[in-house]
Design a protein around this ligand. Structure first.
Ligand code: GLC
Ligand code: MG
Length: 532
């Protein structure tokens, strides 16, 4: 069995979008004191680590992913005392705390950028990426912003363009400049000294750009209706070989503090993703594996994705899986409420660290946002094609009181209409709810070492059935997931499928022995256990 000792291998991560988790001061926006208040909930859920989306000083053009002070807490979220109290309370409860590090870009109000744009010879000028206009006055090359339009913003005062992979209010730092690296590594040390257990590094594959700023090639596979930046392939603007040296440096900074974790946000095909583990695993511990976020929800597709991923992993590299985050539509809306339960079983029985997105455990769905209620700058810049991220960032549904117990004030985004039923209190009381399924799955994963450290072994299956085994430490667990609406029946004789049902997604078959046939209802998944 693979070495599974480290906490970030054994644990279950939970992403909190702080604006939407719990408001404590009645301003309609979630905050740090709110998170402290809800730690007991996370303990009953059974997760081991929380990752907080950015809580740092920010003008909030991209809701905290535009930082103007890397070592300050935005007053909207509280104070540094609140932060210290959160880390203390979390650690006392045995929860690790992971912060979001956003090194690719700052806010345009960050003092570094304010200085950089003052003049061409300002000492901070080269901390960002400046280029002269083309002879016709146009942008230096054809690179596009992920949030629409050119990635170059003209600066009237100094007559040059600066590069921004996202909003114009998010100028990219120049990671080829050693001073920038040193400054961000100091930021890391600041938080590590405060006791944080690691970082999720924002758009880590963007950090280094082509030294010559060559034009990107057109994307022959562009699909009409997709975001406009997909019209070109980001060949020269992202995923450059030199980025791995930077990540190895970050890893060294982290390793000097002992047992911490480095997670990379990377949207790349599986074969490119693997490079982010670094040479001899000197890179990210966990390059986020987002393959399930865009997977067609069919048994054979999922089976193939798992196989590709497992096969591609470098020796010793630890896998990880993600079903949702603050940038992608909610899983319950992608696959439907019934399959969301099957997806939960998949996430918590695959080999590798699972990351849960807040609210997915109560089956939260994409919330429709009225056109005049849109907050996401991506949707504002590129309206009408469904890129908006507000719908997956709505307030956590705690109970049936006004605003779902999230806030005493009108929340910054609307609460889902179904919150009267779909909330933590109600779903806790409902024995067969998705929330209780999540709790049962997490308990199961803790009780059966094979689910954490066992091998992953695919088992041939047909149609809507996804079948695999996790074995090791004296037991074999078989996971059978029905990704369709119709019942599935399977002869188990001689197949090694015999055993006892440890858990069904319907939460009503515990202990049932399996002999001869395994019958699954539509949209049902089961874990079958057998001792060796
Ligand atoms: C990452 C974040 C996303 C943000 C973008 C720019 O993809 O997850 O929310 O908008 O980076 O920082
Ligand atoms: Mg608040």
């Amino acid at each position: 069995m693979a070495e599974s000792g480290a906490w970030w291998r054994q644990g279950i991560f939970y992403q909190i979008y702080p604006r939407s988790f719990q408001d404590s001061d009645g301003d309609g926006v979630g905050d740090l004191a709110g998170i402290v208040h809800r730690l007991p909930y996370l303990l009953t859920l059974g997760v081991d680590a929380i990752w907080l989306s950015p809580i740092f000083t920010s003008p909030m053009a991209d809701f905290g992913y535009d930082i103007s002070d890397y070592t300050g807490i935005d007053p909207l979220f509280g104070t540094m005392e609140d932060f210290d109290a959160l880390v203390r309370a979390a650690h006392e409860s045995g929860l690790k705390v992971i912060l979001d590090l956003v090194p690719n870009h700052t806010s345009d109000r960050h003092p570094w950028f304010v200085e950089a744009r003052r003049s061409r010879d300002n000492p901070r000028r080269d901390w960002y990426i400046w280029r002269d206009p083309k002879p016709d006055g146009g942008p230096p090359n054809n690179w596009l912003s992920e949030f629409g339009g050119s990635a170059w913003q003209y600066d009237q005062a100094t007559g040059q363009y600066y590069y921004h992979a996202f909003l114009a209010q998010q100028p990219d730092l120049n990671w080829r400049n050693p001073a920038v690296r040193a400054a961000v590594y100091d930021v890391m040390r600041f938080w590590l000294r405060k006791g944080v257990d690691g970082f999720r590094v924002d758009v880590i594959w963007h950090l280094i750009k082509d030294a010559e700023f060559r034009d990107n090639p057109a994307n022959p596979g562009y699909i009409e209706g997709r975001p406009p930046h997909e019209r070109i392939l980001p060949r020269h603007s992202t995923d450059q070989p030199e980025v791995h040296q930077v990540i190895a440096e970050m890893r060294k900074v982290l390793d000097a503090f002992g047992d911490r974790v480095l997670i990379g946000e990377i949207y790349l095909p599986i074969e490119r993703l693997m490079a982010y583990y670094g040479k001899d695993l000197s890179g990210a511990h966990l390059p986020f594996n987002f393959a399930l976020l865009s997977a067609p929800w069919h048994a054979r597709d999922i089976e193939r994705i798992i196989a590709e991923y497992e096969t591609a992993l470098p020796p010793g590299a630890w896998p990880n899986w993600v079903l949702g985050n603050h940038d992608r539509p909610r899983v319950a809306s992608r696959v439907g409420a019934e399959q969301a339960r099957v997806a939960a079983m998949l996430l918590l029985t695959l080999r590798g660290t699972p990351t849960l997105y807040y609210g997915d455990e109560i089956g939260m769905r994409q919330v429709a946002i009225a056109p005049d209620g849109v907050r996401d700058p991506f949707e504002k810049n590129v309206p009408g094609i469904g890129v908006g991220r507000d719908g997956c960032r709505t307030p956590m549904q705690w109970n049936a009181t006004p605003n779902a117990g999230f806030s005493t004030a009108a929340p910054w985004l609307p609460v889902a209409e179904d919150f009267m039923h779909e909330n933590v209190v109600n779903l806790t009381a409902d024995k067969r709810s998705i929330l209780n399924l999540y709790r049962a799955l997490i308990r199961l994963r803790k009780r059966h070492v094979a689910l954490v450290a066992g091998h992953y072994r695919p088992v041939a299956a047909e149609g809507d059935l996804l079948l695999y085994r996790r074995d090791g430490e004296g037991e074999i667990l078989t996971i059978a997931l029905n990704l369709g609406d119709d019942p599935v029946s399977l002869a188990t004789e001689g197949s090694g499928l015999e055993g006892q049902i440890l858990l069904s997604t319907h939460l009503d078959r515990d202990g049932e022995p399996i002999h001869g046939t395994l019958d699954l209802r539509g949209n049902e998944g089961v874990v079958i256990g057998r001792s060796l």
